[in-house]
Ligand binder design. Structure first.
Ligand code: SF4
Length: 107
């Protein structure tokens, strides 16, 4: 278990026990939580802009594959590994409690 470092996604799940998380130390998104998770009542256009910027950060990240795999396995919310919640959902990795846009496509 690792603690004492800051990755956008990890900042949100700071109370969760982490395992196999060494890749997080090399994350390009440290300190950029605002790009990887929506603010309350975020509008669709704002989400598109935010996620486009997050995607650019992920494109430079050396641990993208590990990050994407982690988010898929953990059914995470937010933008991880160059992938949005909708993209993870479309790939077959559903959110545990889908809300909003994602809830419409849950069968
Ligand atoms: S792939 Fe993206 S979300 Fe994952 S650690 Fe890298 S910058 Fe952060």
């Amino acid at each position: 278990m690792s603690k004492g470092f800051s990755v956008a996604a990890v900042e949100i799940i700071s109370t969760r026990e982490l395992t196999e998380d060494d890749w997080m130390r090399r994350a390009a998104c440290k300190g950029l939580t605002h790009l990887f998770f929506p603010s309350p009542a975020e509008r669709p256009q704002a989400r598109e802009r935010r996620e486009a910027t997050a995607r650019e950060v992920c494109a430079t990240c050396t641990v993208r594959s590990s990050c994407r795999e982690f988010a898929r396995d953990q059914h995470e919310y937010g933008f991880w590994g160059g992938e949005s919640e909708d993209e993870r959902h479309a790939a077959g990795f559903r959110l545990i409690a889908p809300i909003g846009v994602r809830a419409r496509s849950v069968s």
